[in-house]
Design a protein around this ligand. Structure first.
Ligand SMILES: C[S@@+](CC[C@H](N)C(=O)[O-])C[C@H]1O[C@@H](n2cnc3c(N)ncnc32)[C@H](O)[C@@H]1O
Length: 350
């Protein structure tokens, strides 16, 4: 753990734009802001400062993040409520606290700089550490479990789909051959294998040879895409009319789920042959961003994490669709970003 205060160690991506998008929904006294990915609390701090009547419920699956964000947000007293949960559990987490809706919701997806900075968490390929990569270290499979227990085909699919790794098959085969000699435990041995297996020409043009494999393992270990597919419709169902949601994605599959998820609400559901659009077919979301917004050059130069960000935001424009429609919405998410054969942890259908 480092000694510098949390706030100094971290700059939230697109902070001012997030405040600009969400603050109009948070002016009323007692308005609820849900930060579904609290991290080190940078966005929540900015929102609570800009919206003095609002309270914030900060969700994170990482207990260390909750502790650090709690220190940073202590000056806001009981306007900040920390919750240890996975973000697809937000409706239940709010209900337990007697909250039925949220006027604004933010998701800043992926790992935090805290998680990347701390060698022992195993997220960073530049530091030797146990192959853990769990955002919630209290539960679940580690990256070492995935590497040592998954079949060669499963590994290939994960590397290809979650890491967008061109050499997925070659790497998967090399991983299985290597673990047969001795199971994987630490990242240095994995990095050394990747340096050997990824062709030199690709290493020159495609960045660090371990980058894509580490990303793929992290997404698998934390079931990031399937959880996000469930979390987005659940979050949208919490928005009252006028409520707003903003999502920062860093991976094309994540952003695809976000784009399609918002499009479901922002598009008329009227059958094409119906001459008149009935009220129940009207869109119930208005997109607040044109396509996906990116960070400007200055922010990208200043914060490497901002280079791949895609921001999408929307506002609820009418009351909840019927539950049947809500059900349809969820089904349509389920297929939005899932790779062909596997998205979830070993043991589930692939
Ligand atoms: C990019 S960071 C958020 C940074 C934050 N916006 C800030 O300003 O400090 C993402 C955070 O989301 C958390 N997270 C990722 N997936 C999650 C999930 N499914 N449920 C709950 N928290 C999650 C991670 O543990 C991490 O702390």
């Amino acid at each position: 753990m480092q000694d510098r205060p949390t706030a100094e160690r971290h700059t939230p991506v697109l902070r001012d734009r997030i405040v600009e998008l969400l603050a109009p929904a948070l002016h009323a006294e007692g308005a609820v802001f849900v930060d579904g990915t609290l991290g080190m609390g940078g966005h929540t701090e900015a929102v609570l400062t800009a919206c003095p009547g609002a309270i914030a419920v900060g969700i994170d699956r990482d207990t260390e993040a909750l502790t650090l964000a709690g220190e940073r947000l202590a000056p806001f007293g009981d306007r900040f409520v920390p919750v240890h949960a996975v973000y697809d559990e937000i409706p239940e987490a709010l209900a337990q606290r007697g909250i039925a809706e949220a006027q604004a919701i933010l998701f800043d997806l992926g790992v935090s700089s805290l998680q990347l900075d701390e060698a022992e968490r195993g997220f960073a390929y530049r530091m030797d550490a146990p192959l853990d990569m769990r955002m919630d270290q209290t539960t679940g499979l580690t990256a070492a479990d995935v590497l040592n227990d998954y079949g060669v085909r499963e590994l290939e699919v994960i590397l290809r789909d979650f890491g967008e790794e061109r050499f997925a098959r070659k790497i998967a085969r090399a991983l299985v051959a290597e673990r047969d000699k001795e199971p994987f435990a630490n990242s240095a041995r994995l990095v050394e294998l990747l340096q050997r297996v990824v062709p030199a020409a690709s290493q020159r043009s495609g960045g660090h040879p371990a980058k894509r494999t580490f990303q793929a393992l992290r997404i698998e270990v934390n079931a990031e895409l399937s959880v996000w597919s469930d979390a987005l419709p659940a979050a949208l169902s919490l928005l009252p009319v006028g409520g707003r949601i903003a999502v920062l994605s860093y991976h094309s599959l994540e952003d695809r789920i976000t784009k399609r998820g918002l499009a479901v609400g922002a598009t008329s559901s009227a059958p094409p042959d119906l001459p008149v659009e009935l009220p129940e077919h009207k869109p119930w979301l208005k997109l607040l961003t044109r396509g996906a917004e990116i960070a400007d050059e200055a922010e990208r130069a200043d914060n490497p994490r901002a280079t791949s960000v895609r921001l999408r935001a929307a506002e609820r424009t009418r009351a909840k669709p019927l539950s049947k429609a809500g059900h349809d919405v969820r089904n349509r998410y389920q297929n939005a970003g899932k790779p062909s054969e596997t998205t979830t942890k070993m043991g589930e259908t692939r």
